[in-house]
Design a protein around this ligand. Sequence first.
Ligand code: HEC
Length: 161
Amino acid sequence: MQNVMKLPIALVTGLFFGLGSVAAQAHGDVTPHPIDTTGLKPLGKDWVEPNPYRGDAKAVAIGAVGYYHNCAACHGLNAVSGGMAPDLLASGKDCLDMESKDQQASCMKDNDDYFKTVVMEGKKNSEGRVTMPAYDKVFTQEAVWAVKAYIDKRTAEDHDK
Ligand code: HEC
């Protein structure tokens, strides 16, 4: 009987500490971290649009790591939103639903521009509280487009499944 009673306590304790470490990790992950984009074509000082890295496997891989460290805590692992922050795949899927390739391309360009602006500048709510952190202090243009290349890859995967 004693052994049976001990088991749930061990489970509850484990769960408690388990959750504690997840919370600590999520806390660390919302601090902007630079992304090492070594190996990607340098883009220079002026913004290049649309995303020059779309479809580039190396950029997607670098962007996936950058996303994991910077964005996943709020926007969800693998860019699957848990409802805490907006679904980052939705607007790209709307673009892919458009009929012509020209429409899709121009929609994706607008989508890139919006992404870049929100990521670099962040967002505040009407009371001035930061809802989405700004990354302009730590991200290069290469970092922004690598993360977007990853988001675009995930968008296409989700759209076509
Ligand atoms: C601390 C949580 C948090 C982190 C970290 C975070 N975001 Fe956000 N993000 C938000 C919230 C909340 C919003 C909605 C803000 C609003 O509308 O006021 C948002 C909005 C956005 C939007 C606009 C979405 C839309 O549909 O309008 C984009 C794009 C975005 N985030 C990308 C990113 C990327 C890329 C990263 C990582 C580099 C990131 N976010 C990191 C919380 C976060």
